[in-house]
Design a binder for this molecule. Structure first.
Ligand code: NAD
Ligand code: UDP
Ligand code: UDP
Length: 323
């Protein structure tokens, strides 16, 4: 058991990525403290873990100080979908910035290694494609997405200042769009929207003309990348891009979802949201070289698993997935 007896804090542990991370850490023998304020997370995401005596859940908001004793910290707490993070933008900034300060203060006191879930959104609407880590981004500081983008940029700044000033052992990953089971069905993200719409026989909402691109990483691949970064030698601080470089237009994604669900739903064009990046694709050369990591699960396979999850968990089963 690779992490036997390690006490590990996962903030945002009841969310989509956090619940998968908690599950994997428990499987590796760790004691896991899941801290979450259940803003976008759900008890259902972690219900299957609660019988494990090495798993503990604490309702807590990371914008407030936290005094616990742990060996490692994974800081994932933050709403991640545009609908949720724009619902209360001031709270989104506080979660990223005050949350980072508190978790870094905790890491400093405990001399604990700390991971930060940063994001491809630090690149904004990128003028360089695909995006390598040295690209400094094109973020609108006053736009509707900036509470998330600038909050995460400031969190990165704090991580590197605590590292330089206090010697805190940091790991920063810039995570690109990730999907899979336990995505929130109503958070407005494209993969969950298209799948639930297709399964319900509703039109698929294609924003803009659907020519904008994204690159989607299956959750299991992403968790593997996060753990490899955490286990890498101490000079590997990041930031490191973690994502799947296979890039698709949103129209191609919609067509693929229709095919896999066997749905005959039409596509309806809706306006492109403000500041929506035109394209996004990670350059994962650094992750490949330093972590020996690259995604293994192609989009079609990951989408099938995600569709099965939505059928099982949401009673959305009228149309069965195509073989
Ligand atoms: P999620 O919304 O499912 O999970 C976030 C979790 O954080 C939720 O359980 C929520 O209740 C909790 N939370 C929010 N504010 C909090 C606060 N103030 N105190 C305590 N808990 C709080 O989102 P996710 O997709 O699992 O994302 C997890 C992390 O990964 C986030 O930091 C996000 O920015 C980052 N990320 C995700 C993606 C992606 O595609 N899923 C991409 C880039 C970065
Ligand atoms: N903090 C925390 N838990 C700890 C230690 C610190 O939540 O175990 C928080 C506390 O709110 C503090 C912040 O982290 O304000 C930053 O800590 P740091 O030691 O860097 O600064 P200071 O205590 O001087 O504000
Ligand atoms: N999108 C879409 N239909 C939807 C939801 C999103 O066409 O129902 C588009 C959205 O405009 C964006 C892309 O899909 O270009 C990815 O959106 P998402 O909110 O999933 O992630 P992000 O914009 O943060 O990458």
């Amino acid at each position: 058991m690779k992490r036997a007896r390690k006490r590990i804090l996962v903030t945002g542990g009841a969310g989509f990525l956090g619940s998968h991370l908690c599950e994997r850490l428990l499987a590796e023998g760790a004691e896991v403290l899941c801290v979450d304020n259940f803003y976008t997370g759900a008890r259902d995401n972690i219900r299957h873990l609660t019988a494990n005596p090495r798993f503990e859940v604490m309702r807590h908001d990371v914008t407030l100080p936290l005094y616990v004793e742990v060996d490692e910290i994974f800081n994932l707490a933050c709403p991640a979908s545009p609908v949720h993070y724009q619902h209360n933008p001031v709270q989104t900034v506080k979660t990223s910035v005050h949350g980072a300060i508190n978790m870094l203060g905790l890491a400093k006191r405990l001399r604990a290694k700390i991971f930060q879930a940063s994001t491809s959104e630090v690149y904004g609407d990128p003028a360089m494609h695909p995006q390598p880590e040295h690209y400094r981004g094109n973020v609108n500081p006053i736009g509707v997405r900036s509470c998330y983008d600038e909050g995460k940029r400031c969190a990165e700044t704090l991580f590197f200042d605590y590292h330089r000033q206090n010697g805190v052992n940091i790991r920063v990953a810039r995570i690109f769009n990730t999907y899979g089971p336990r995505m929130h069905p109503n958070d407005g993200r494209v993969v969950s929207n298209f799948i639930t719409q297709a399964l319900r026989g509703e039109p698929l909402s294609l924003y803009g003309g659907g020519s904008q691109t994204r690159s989607f990483c299956y959750v299991d691949d992403l968790i593997e990348g996060i753990l490899r970064l955490m286990d890498a030698p101490d000079d590997v601080t990041g930031p490191i891009n973690l994502g799947n470089p296979d890039e698709f237009t949103m129209r191609a994604l919609a067509e693929q979802v229709l095919r896999l669900t066997g749905s005959t739903s039409p596509l309806v064009l809706q306006p492109l949201p403000s500041d929506d990046p035109r394209q996004r694709c990670p350059d994962i050369t650094v992750a490949t070289q330093l972590l020996g990591w690259q995604p293994q699960i192609p989009l079609q396979q990951g989408l099938r698993r995600t569709i099965d999850y939505f059928i099982d968990h949401l009673g959305l089963g009228d149309s069965q997935p195509a073989a």
